[in-house]
Ligand binder design. Structure first.
Ligand code: SF4
Length: 321
């Protein structure tokens, strides 16, 4: 995914995601060998349901997601455990996603299972509305902390205004609640960020990006990621897409961005800049035919099947039992 990530400049010292270091590995699943990228992750869908209704939600366009049927909790956990056991020697990092994971009763048990099996969460994708909800007397965000989910908690937010954000996402997600969540994260050493999808009528140029950064910096939120929408054929969707390369060009011309270095990975070219007290990383995906059989991401759908990537038919690598 093409992205621009702004983090405090001090994060340069603890940066672990170096695209130049990855390689191709192999795993055997149900007697068949698969090649996968050593930086591959496993996305675990907690649920298909979401309390928001974003026009740009990829789930609405992803055939495999749309066709997957939610199975009963007991079957879901049986199959998730089987998948995790299949990866016991190759513990790929996990992205917890959905639908909205914080609104599902399964979440706590999934986190406990991952923790118990020794898996690390790479990203926790949420719209943030359920992080302060209470489950058995404790806030959901407390459970994240208790189960070691402290990195890359990715809270979606499209524009700074509460009213305009509600129009895009159809949820009430107030800035005061976001501040509370991020303050909690900061006090407890959690690594949290806002994630904004670039779109016409929302954040759609460098000036808007910098205003967004500035707005949240003043509220103590200092890591933000901007993402290009996935290029889909749908006409309405395409009409609102912002090309990230246009933003990259604006960055190149802007004297406040000081170029630091360029990294070449298997899947990404990354340009790194300094912008005031921020480290800025611009990720541009490469399209490589030679790597088309290499799995970049495993996906555990809420129908209990594990796929070797997104949105492809007949792509199951470990079938539900
Ligand atoms: S919050 Fe995320 S999962 Fe929910 S509708 Fe929006 S994009 Fe989709």
């Amino acid at each position: 995914m093409n992205t621009i990530k702004f983090t405090p400049i001090d994060d340069m010292k603890k940066e672990t995601n170096n695209v130049e270091c990855y390689e191709i590995k192999e795993i055997e699943l149900s007697g068949q060998k698969y090649k996968y990228y050593s930086n591959a992750q496993m996305s675990v869908y907690i649920t298909k349901k979401c309390n928001a209704s974003c026009w740009f939600c990829m789930n609405n366009y992803e055939k495999r997601f749309c066709n997957s049927k939610e199975i009963a909790d007991e079957d879901y956990f049986k199959n998730l455990e089987r998948v995790l056991d299949a990866f016991k020697d190759e513990k790929v990092p996990i992205t917890i996603t959905g639908g909205e994971p914080t609104k599902s009763k399964r979440l706590i048990k999934v986190m406990q299972l991952l923790h118990q099996k020794g898996f690390k969460s790479r990203t926790f994708a949420t719209n943030g509305t359920g992080l302060l909800d209470r489950y058995e007397g404790k806030m959901v965000i407390n459970y994240l902390l208790d189960n070691g989910i402290v990195n890359n908690i990715n809270v979606s937010r499209m524009v700074t205004s509460d009213v305009e954000n509600e129009k895009l996402m159809h949820i009430k997600q107030k800035n005061v609640a976001l501040q509370k969540i991020f303050n909690y994260g900061k006090v407890n050493g959690m690594d949290m960020r806002l994630s904004c999808n670039l779109q016409k009528g929302g954040v759609d140029n460098l000036d808007e990006i910098l205003k967004f950064i500035d707005f949240y910096e003043k509220r103590g939120i200092n890591t933000v990621m901007f993402r290009e929408l996935i290029p889909l054929q749908d006409y309405q969707y395409q009409k609102r897409m912002v090309k990230i390369e246009d933003i990259f060009k604006e960055i190149e011309k802007n004297k406040d961005f000081i170029f630091l270095r360029k990294m070449e990975g298997m899947y990404y070219t990354v340009k790194v800049y300094r912008y005031k007290e921020k480290l800025v990383k611009c990720y541009l995906e490469k399209r490589s035919e030679a790597l088309k059989d290499v799995i970049r991401e495993f996906v555990f759908y809420s129908d209990g099947n594990l796929d070797g990537g997104w949105n492809k038919e007949n792509n199951i690598v470990l079938e539900r039992r």
